[in-house]
Design a protein around this ligand. Structure first.
Ligand code: AMP
Ligand code: MG
Length: 294
């Protein structure tokens, strides 16, 4: 299948070592050729992201994922077959061909096959895996639409409409015992039903963040955010579950960042958000909200 002209252009830029903002079903990514260390260095520079934060590498197939892993376990294969393309990142031992800058020097790599058709077309047309963190400056809110992407972050932007999932992927390490590094809309309960018991990653020590999304302050809007329903002085809004916000986790995730981006443009003094229940289905959302208030 011949890709459309905008995808072809974006793929040429990727091959030339430039940065392309691209849609995925989770959030928009800032992509570069994962095999080109100079191109990947541009991602860190553009975002102001510390070099200690590894990037997720996006693939167009399980076959491409296997070629980037030094060991592809039975559990990795089972999970990839069940959830890819989709919002699940698998951390596996890295193949030596992946430049160290991509993985922040770690011997492991996070791999994901995104479910957005334009993302898959882009990787296919570029013919290389694409390293891509979210297309925002470090610690700021992830973009779920092109309008949220800071100007001049990328050399080119592919518009794929609003992100369907709305929060970043679930990240599962398969390096030793399966460990959940970041919750997302695919819950630990679902994953454990497929591969057995899964550990929860311990909170990282202050300053240390081998895993980027684990940085305590992250996913943060400019307006002060509170995890309660208490009105404050000045102009603000209270977002209650099942009222201003949806009552179920997936529709909630789909509108969360869009809502915060929109409120951020309204010069509010505060936003108060009713905390969702502390259950596996809400874990991804609760995690982002806790880090947004940090
Ligand atoms: P983001 O900032 O959304 O690109 O987040 C990337 C996420 O991928 C982080 O939360 C990490 O948990 C995870 N990640 C990526 N690569 C690795 C790796 N090599 N080891 C551990 N976690 C990784
Ligand atoms: Mg990010």
């Amino acid at each position: 299948m011949t890709p459309d002209p905008s995808v072809r252009h974006a793929a040429e830029l990727i091959r030339a070592g430039r940065l392309v903002a691209f849609p995925t079903e989770t959030v928009y990514g800032l992509g570069a050729n994962a095999m080109d260390p100079d191109a990947v260095a541009r991602i860190f520079a553009a975002k102001g992201r510390p070099h200690t934060s590894p990037l997720i590498v996006h693939v167009d197939s399980i076959e491409m994922a296997r070629s980037l892993a030094s060991h592809w376990s039975a559990a990795a294969d089972l999970l990839a077959r069940r959830y890819w393309p989709g919002p699940l990142t698998l951390v596996v031992p890295k193949h030596p061909s992946i430049p160290d800058i991509v993985t922040a020097g770690l011997p492991t790599v996070g791999l994901r096959m995104p479910a957005h058709p334009l993302a898959l077309e882009l990787i296919r047309a570029a013919g290389v895996p694409i390293a891509g963190p979210s297309a925002n400056r470090f610690t700021e809110l992830s973009p779920t639409a092109v309008a949220h992407i800071p100007e001049s972050l990328a050399d080119y932007t592919l518009d794929g409409g609003p992100a369907r999932v709305g929060i970043e992927s679930t990240v599962l390490s398969l390096v030793d015992a399966p460990t959940l590094l970041r919750p997302g809309v695919i819950s630990i309960t679902e994953l454990a039903a497929l591969i057995g018991p899964i550990l929860l990653a311990a909170a990282p020590a202050e300053g240390a963040h081998a895993a980027p999304g684990m940085h305590a302050r992250h996913y943060r809007p400019a307006t002060p955010l509170y995890l309660d329903t208490t009105p404050r002085a000045g102009k603000g809004v209270v977002l209650r579950m099942g009222q201003e916000m949806p009552a179920d986790p997936q529709p909630y995730a789909a509108v969360l960042y869009e809502t915060l981006h929109r409120l951020d443009t309204q010069s509010l003094d505060w936003i108060a958000i009713e905390p969702p229940p502390n259950t596996p289905e809400w874990a991804g959302i609760l995690d982002r909200l806790r880090r947004a208030v940090a």
